[in-house]
Write a protein that binds this ligand. Structure first.
Ligand SMILES: Nc1ncnc2c1ncn2[C@@H]1O[C@H](COP(=O)(O)OP(=O)(O)O)[C@@H](O)[C@H]1O
Ligand SMILES: [Mg+2]
Length: 406
């Protein structure tokens, strides 16, 4: 018998990532600071202070900066009248536009409202074109570089140097430039050199993670705007808020996603039970996606950690590495260096499939898989089988003596 699912969503858009809620909650202070130091100055003089905006995922950085930009744009006619030139806002999500070359080109494209630029020019030529355009069409340019941590590490310094130097040089005539850099990398500034930082001269603004209480209010606001009245239980909302504050660093995006997913399980009323199902379903989906997209080395390492744990052994790094070496020997492939494997394990840790810990007793690192273990194991095994990768069991002290698996 099919279970009857009840549609309690009255407006799907409310759960989209670009939805603008009626009110931005809990960000009064950062909004005030951004307004005073950047947006008000832009309104008055055509330029404002550059900013580094920091904060974990889902702390409302994009929402806030975009909201204020829209507000500024509303004043544009007025600004034009007073200053002679209006404000032009170029917003770039650096995910997908990662190199200096791509970013400079993207700024130029957006500035010219033109999709096709002359192709294949070197970066410095696009920079020259950008300067020329600004000289000929003086605007008060606000560049927003969102997800700036995605910018290629090799290019960062040079990109920020070039962009922040533009306004110090006479090459852009009467045009003015303000830059807002948004990132979740708290040490982003440390990756820039002293000369670059001194031309950028930005102040920093931190968006602190939401706590459970705040998430609860954000969720209640969303539920009111997007769900049918009376179709949800306030305890369900509380549960989402507490789980997300605890496990996901107060990521409001995830909280909203869980709310939406929970709504899809409702037969009667959205309650704690649906929330539990939604959280599990989202986690499994993510796990699935990670595992399917892993390269063979990562998959093998994950299987090794899993295998060691199943055998009741602690997956210390050295044990993982020697296991890995034997697997590679068995596969007749060259093993990567210890350093590489160390780095790869750290990469896997970023996806939160494994956790890294330091044992002060043994004075070395070990890795382990926390919850969802059985589901993850099934995923790993299925994916290994699909790829035709086989790994033998780990036998202590007899690394050369593998049980061959057929
Ligand atoms: N203070 C807030 N009030 C209402 N909704 C918020 C608030 N902060 C974040 N959100 C919502 O949470 C989600 C993530 O916010 P976003 O600005 O994209 O985070 P970030 O850019 O910091 O990763 C968006 O759907 C956004 O509308
Ligand atoms: Mg964002």
């Amino acid at each position: 018998m099919l279970k009857k699912i009840k549609n309690i969503i009255k407006n799907e858009d409310v759960f989209e990532s670009n939805y603008k809620p009626h009110q931005i909650l809990f960000r009064k202070e950062v909004i005030e600071e951004l307004t005073n130091n950047t947006y008000n100055l832009l309104y008055t003089y055509g330029w404002g202070d550059n900013v580094f905006v920091y904060g974990e995922k889902g702390t409302g950085k994009t929402l806030t900066v975009k909201y204020l930009s829209k507000e500024l744009e509303k004043e544009n006619e007025d600004i034009k009248k007073r200053l002679g030139a209006g404000v032009k806002i170029v917003y770039i999500n650096c995910n997908g536009v990662r190199t200096k070359y791509q970013i400079v080109k993207e700024i130029l494209k957006k500035l010219k409202n033109q999709d096709n630029l002359k192709r294949g020019l070197p970066t410095c030529d696009y920079l020259d074109l950008l300067k020329k355009h600004l000289r000929e069409h003086p605007v008060n340019l606000l560049i927003i570089l969102d997800e700036a941590h995605a910018i290629s590490k090799n290019d960062r310094d040079s990109l920020f140097y070039s962009l922040s130097r533009l306004k110090e040089q006479d090459e852009i005539g009467d045009a003015k430039i303000t830059i807002i850099t948004i990132t979740n990398e708290i040490f982003f500034q440390n990756t820039l050199s002293a000369p670059t930082l001194s031309s950028y001269r930005g102040y920093s603004l931190v968006f602190s993670p939401y706590n459970a209480k705040q998430l609860e209010e954000i969720l209640l606001q969303r539920a009111e705007e997007g769900l049918i009245k009376g179709s949800y239980d306030s305890n369900a909302i509380k549960k989402i808020a507490y789980e997300v504050a605890e496990k996901y660093k107060g990521d409001a995006r995830r909280a909203i996603l869980i709310l939406k997913k929970s709504a899809q399980f409702v037969e009667n009323k959205l309650s704690k039970e649906e929330v539990g199902k939604a959280i599990m379903s989202i986690e499994r989906n993510e796990m699935n996606k990670y595992v399917l997209n892993m390269n063979d080395t990562k998959l093998i390492l994950l299987k090794i950690v899993n295998g060691l744990m199943k055998g009741g052994r602690t997956p210390f790094f050295d044990v993982i590495y020697s296991y890995y070496q034997s697997v590679m020997a068995y596969r007749n492939e060259e093993a990567q260096s210890e350093r590489n494997i160390y780095r790869i394990l750290d990469k896997i840790e970023e996806t939160e499939l494994i956790i890294k810990k330091y044992s002060s007793k043994k004075k070395k690192y070990f890795y382990f898989i926390e919850q969802g273990g059985e589901f993850l194991e099934k995923m790993i095994n299925m994916e290994m089988e699909r790829r035709g990768i086989y790994i033998m069991d780990y036998e202590e002290n007899s690394l050369s003596n593998w049980n061959e698996v057929d």
